[in-house]
Design a protein around this ligand. Structure first.
Ligand code: 5GP
Length: 189
């Protein structure tokens, strides 16, 4: 998605070698128009797959997922990184955070995903695939099926891309980074 790539190139910053800071458009301040257009792109790509729920993980996956779920006219569920006392029937799994470099427990209310649900998973970044793997395990516990994976920014040089593709998921990425060198982004074809 050329507009997204342009925003990343003009407003993003590469830090700590392979971390991309996009706080001004996606991870802190949000470019809502861009999120809306991202949601439309995901909608167009996955609209014929019979999606019944969009699932993401808090926090930064929520905005692009919301826009897509709205267009698909299905509920959005965001997996939580802490267990609220209000959850009655949760499923849990441990995940490792690439950016925070620590393990945390993610959880999902089992009642919101059923074994006949067709899930579109959306997230802001795909790096080593830890967040995706955790969500995949949670969804497996509910019996739902992942029909598609929509990623806003993928860092192809990390392990997540191969994990998702090798497991046979239908992966659609809007901006795919081949590598970062001297703080410059090189896009994958
Ligand atoms: P993974 O679990 O695939 O290793 O990493 C994905 C998660 O880590 C995303 O949900 C995202 O929040 C965060 N993340 C990974 N790489 C980056 C990055 O380069 N920049 C930012 N801002 N977040 C990242």
């Amino acid at each position: 998605m050329e507009k997204l790539k342009h925003e990343i190139e003009t407003k993003g910053r590469c830090i700590a070698g392979d971390i991309l800071k996009v706080d001004s458009i996606l991870n802190h301040q949000v470019n809502c128009q861009l999120m809306y257009e991202i949601g439309e792109m995901f909608y167009e790509r996955f609209k014929d797959k019979g999606i019944t729920k969009v699932v993401t993980i808090e926090t930064s996956g929520i905005c692009p997922s919301f826009a897509c779920a709205l267009k698909l006219n299905v509920p959005l569920i965001f997996i939580k990184k802490t267990k609220p006392s209000t959850m009655t029937n949760p499923v849990f799994v441990d995940a490792y955070s690439f950016t925070k470099q620590q393990t945390y427990t993610v959880c999902l209310e089992r009642d919101y995903v059923n074994d006949d649900d067709k899930i579109l998973f959306i997230d802001d970044f795909l790096a080593n695939g830890e967040a995706f793997r955790a969500c995949e395990q949670l969804i497996a516990q509910t019996g739902g099926t992942i029909e598609g994976v929509g990623i806003v920014i993928e860092k192809r040089f990390q392990k997540g891309h191969d994990y998702v593709v090798n497991k046979g998921y239908d992966l659609y990425t809007l901006a795919s980074i081949d590598h970062i060198q001297d703080q410059k982004i090189y896009w994958a074809e």
